[in-house]
Design a protein around this ligand. Structure first.
Ligand code: BYC
Length: 369
């Protein structure tokens, strides 16, 4: 059972979560199998080459195989992927800030070590994703510039403040929980480098979600004040977490095309429902309540009815007017400027090594002549 490394006399489990990790394992197996298969191309040069390339692309998508960086792909597919992967990478990097804020104030050495590792993982996720975007021809410098000048988005969720320690638990449980529900299907995305990056990211995210669950579980069984802190954090993070899945399907600009290309495998609303169903069960194990007066099991649908988040607020936050947008970008810009000397030193070292290798090759050629 997911969360099984956290034992409690009352037998803690996280209903619904083990299935998600099983899906990651299964997507990983399918990736290996897909790599061993090939799709007949029918040739890609000569008259009708463009049509043949499009046919090949369509056949790969239809066969649930992977488009790789060397393959031809429609311009809009490439552009759409760069947009989504870059926004995803930016979210991971900006997402370090709300929790990073609590590293120095974690309540114990153990909590501090865990949080430090988690925040560091998010940096790693950002880097895998920038690397995946680079395989599509956009440079990391270019993408970082788009982020710090506010021309490319990152997830709305990271524009909310972390007011106390329980928020770290709520982020782990709800934000990382929403991230996993959204990202597990991306392990089956049609673009190979993105799908492969997502396998590793989802495995790591599952630890993140567990640590949040465990923080809240512990607080919910602490003093009355601790329990209240945990409930207050869940109350504040619930609706922003629901909004992470994006606008409702009827207002989603990219879903239809992204799903046809198998970049996205489920719609925003389908994933939001899956998240609510998972959390409704887990909340009862936690002993905390979800702040939704409309939340109730619907026998007919076999799912929980719930109240939608405020999408007007989502769009305000996306446009830059959330509680912390300015602070997050200011901090990111500052960190980027402060890190300039590290990038310069790295580039100088790489240039020196390249010059040395070139010199060595030239000497060997002269000796061989
Ligand atoms: N926030 O047509 P739609 C993490 C934008 S990292 C901001 O439905 P799409 C974590 C959307 O981009 C979590 N913007 O778009 C990290 C589009 O704008 P553009 C990040 C949003 O792409 C550290 C417009 O609204 N996860 O969990 O089909 C610590 C219309 O939307 C949001 C990912 O990035 C939003 N919430 O679907 C802890 C996953 N929602 O581009 C945790 C990958 C929508 O036209 N991304 N927009 O200017 C996706 O799955 C999809 O891109 C989305 C949106 C579901 C987010």
């Amino acid at each position: 059972m997911y969360g099984s490394d956290f034992e409690d006399p009352e037998t803690v489990g996280q209903p619904g979560a083990s299935a998600l990790l099983d899906e990651v394992e299964s997507a990983e197996r399918d990736l290996h199998e897909a790599a061993a298969r090939t799709v007949a191309t029918g040739g890609s040069t000569g008259p009708g080459a463009d049509a043949a390339l499009q046919d090949y692309f369509d056949a790969v998508i239809a066969a649930d195989q992977k488009i790789e960086p060397r393959d031809w792909m429609p311009g809009a597919y490439r552009k759409g992927l760069i947009r989504q992967i870059a926004q995803h990478a930016h979210s991971e990097i900006i997402g370090m800030q709300p929790e990073g804020n609590w590293i120095t104030r974690a309540p114990s050495l153990k909590r501090k070590a865990i949080l430090l590792a988690k925040v560091q993982d998010e940096a790693g996720h950002g880097l895998y994703l920038y690397a995946a975007a680079e395989t599509l021809g956009s440079s990391r410098d270019e993408l970082v510039e788009l982020l710090i000048t506010g021309r490319q988005k990152y997830s709305s969720i990271f524009n909310y403040p972390t007011l106390n320690w329980a928020d770290v638990g709520a982020i782990g449980w709800l934000v990382d929980g929403a991230a996993i529900v959204n990202q597990v299907p991306l392990c089956r995305c049609s673009y190979g480098p993105y799908a492969r990056a997502m396998i590793r990211i989802c495995k790591e995210e599952s630890f993140h979600q567990r640590q949040g669950f465990e923080i809240l579980y512990t607080l919910a069984r602490g003093t009355a004040a601790q329990r209240q802190m945990a409930q207050d954090a869940v109350d504040r993070w619930w609706y922003p977490s629901l909004a992470m899945f994006g606008p409702p399907d009827s207002d989603s600009t990219h879903s239809e095309q992204s799903m046809a290309w198998k970049i996205k495998r489920f719609s925003n609303d389908d994933l939001r429902q899956r998240f609510v169903d998972m959390c409704a069960q887990q909340a009862s194990v936690l002993g905390l309540s979800i702040p939704d007066p409309d939340l109730r099991w619907n026998e007919e649908r076999g799912a929980w009815d719930y109240r939608q988040p405020d999408y007007a607020e989502l769009f305000r936050v996306i446009k830059g007017d959330g509680p912390c947008n300015r602070q997050r970008l200011r901090h990111r810009r500052q960190a980027h400027e402060d890190g300039a000397w590290v990038r310069d030193a790295g580039s100088a070292y790489a240039a020196k090594q390249a010059a040395r290798r070139a010199g060595k090759r030239a000497t060997e050629q002269v000796a061989a002549a």
